[in-house]
Design a binder for this molecule. Structure first.
Ligand code: FAD
Length: 460
């Protein structure tokens, strides 16, 4: 089949682009190298849905993040995606930091973020007494949200497929040949697709994908971010996004609640040469503990359930690398370093606005098929709490993962999904199973058994 548009890379950005393009009469294919979507940069982040006030002023990034944030508020709930407005504080303890924070507040307000205000230190400590004493002031951004980083690309790809996009996991593009009317993309075993236009949203490997087509405008410089995940008990003390005063080079290590009920401390910012080097290191973890000690020492009493690291798809350029080579039918959407979770729907809309006019027959569809993903937020009602649901189907009363209270019904539903998880880690991201204190020590074998029986029935 000849496609109109082939998207390389099913991270949060590629899946959002696929979803937006699915609204038009276009033949679209989404190609993903890994067994599951969202399995690279998009799986390890802070999951802050930001309004964009702290993105560089006057940039395309600011414009797209702001737009993505607005779209997410209106479109995510209909897809079942939870979003919680917890607000963000940027804290200042010294005179020097006070001057920076005051400047940031003035800048944000001048840029139209009118809800951003300056709080007095005493007010901050009255409301959040667990922070280190001596706070002089803080920037308060009440609209900042937390959301679900794993279900978001799931919802986007499910929606795209429900509306006609072809999704091909385990298709790592290794070769791109220019044709008179588009491109031929080939994977390692020789399978190929042809398409009139290509979108490269290859994240950490976007420069390699560019190289296949003969382009070399930027180089990816992976930047690792390590995190501590504090036990849920920490949430009784900390339910706000807390950031240190930014410096000219970094916005620093934050302490934030997660949608799943934990508190995270991170990320570090380390340039690494290997995009797969997702190690956590003694030095990195020590930095995180030091930051927690400095900002909120009361949190040190809570156990660390786990540690992880994510990898930002940064490049040797400071800006997003959105390069529309429309006459060559190759559009690059790369270098979406630190704000892609928030910006994805803004980026998708921007890319669709560039591409759709090239296809004269691509009318907007009059109807779309809606999808809903399970709401995994700690504050939402979960199936184990829903008596009517358990009565109708006792599988929702059988808890398999006791730390996160994930039921057999939820795990089996994930396995039966239109896009089932193809790895145990993907199943974990779809359900929260094994995310808790025991990290799968007690439930791992049972979950593995359900996963394998689900995989077998998929193949029979
Ligand atoms: C530590 C950290 C903290 C962050 N915090 C936030 C935050 O709080 N808020 C926020 O908005 N953003 C945050 N981000 C940024 C956000 O996570 C990224 O901007 C976003 O995930 C980038 O998505 P992507 O789709 O561009 O890349 P990816 O998720 O990496 O997707 C690219 C995909 O392309 C595939 N691919 C690569 N090469 C090929 C090929 N040859 N053939 C087929 N497929 C290919 C890959 O397998 C991958 O699935 C953070 C990032 C990190 C790392």
């Amino acid at each position: 089949m000849q496609f109109d548009i082939a998207i390389i890379g099913a991270g949060v950005v590629g899946t959002a682009i696929a979803r937006d393009l699915s609204r038009f009469d276009l033949r679209v294919i989404l190609l993903e190298a890994r067994a599951d979507f969202g399995d690279e940069s998009s799986k390890g982040n802070s999951a802050l849905m930001t309004a964009g006030f702290d993105t560089p002023r006057g940039t395309l990034e600011r414009q797209l993040v702001t737009r993505g944030f607005i779209r997410y508020q209106t479109e995510a709930p209909a897809m079942g995606l939870p979003i919680r407005r917890v607000g963000a504080l940027t804290l200042a303890w010294s005179d020097e930091q006070r001057a920076i924070v005051e400047h940031e507040v003035a800048g944000a307000r001048a840029d139209g973020f009118s809800s951003v205000t300056l709080l007095d230190g005493a007010d901050v400590l009255r409301r959040w007494p667990h922070f280190s004493p001596g706070i002089q002031c803080a920037m308060w951004a009440p609209e900042e949200c937390i959301a679900d980083p794993f279900s978001t690309p799931y919802a986007y790809v499910l929606d795209a497929v429900a509306n006609g996009v072809v999704y091909r996991p385990s298709f790592a593009v290794k070769r791109a040949d220019r044709l008179t009317n588009g491109w031929r993309l080939e994977e390692a075993k020789g399978q190929a697709v042809t398409s009139r236009l290509v979108v490269n949203s290859g994240g950490l490997r976007a420069d390699k994908v560019e190289g296949l087509a003969g382009y070399s405008d930027f180089v990816v410089r992976p930047r690792r971010g390590q995190y501590l995940v504090l036990d849920k008990a920490a949430r009784s003390l900390h339910d706000v996004i807390a950031l240190p005063t930014p410096t000219p080079t970094t916005r620093g290590i934050l302490i934030a609640p997660t949608i799943f009920g934990n508190v995270i401390v991170g990320p570090t910012a380390e340039e690494v040469s290997d995009p797969d080097d997702r190690r956590t290191t003694p030095e990195g973890l020590a930095k995180l503990r030091e930051a927690m000690h400095r900002m909120a020492p009361a949190l040190e009493q809570f156990p660390v359930n786990t540690v992880f690291s994510g990898m930002r798809p940064a490049t040797d350029r400071s800006e997003y690398q959105i390069i529309p080579r429309l006459s060559e039918r190759w559009v690059t959407v790369a270098g979406i370093r630190s704000t892609g979770f928030s910006g994805a729907l803004g980026i998708a809309e921007h890319v669709a606005s560039l591409l759709v006019p090239l296809f004269v027959d691509a009318r907007r569809k009059t109807t779309t098929n809606a999808i809903v993903v399970p709401d995994l937020a700690e504050t939402s009602q979960r199936p184990w709490q829903d008596n009517a649901r358990i009565e109708a189907d006792p599988r929702y009363g059988e808890i398999i993962c006791h730390c996160e209270r994930v039921t057999r019904g939820e795990i089996e539903n994930a396995m039966a999904s239109r896009i089932p998880p193809r790895t145990l880690k993907a199943l974990k991201r779809r359900t929260r199973a094994m995310f808790g204190r025991c990290q799968g020590f007690y439930c791992g074998a049972r979950i593995d058994a359900i996963f394998n029986s689900g995989r077998n029935s998929e193949h029979t």
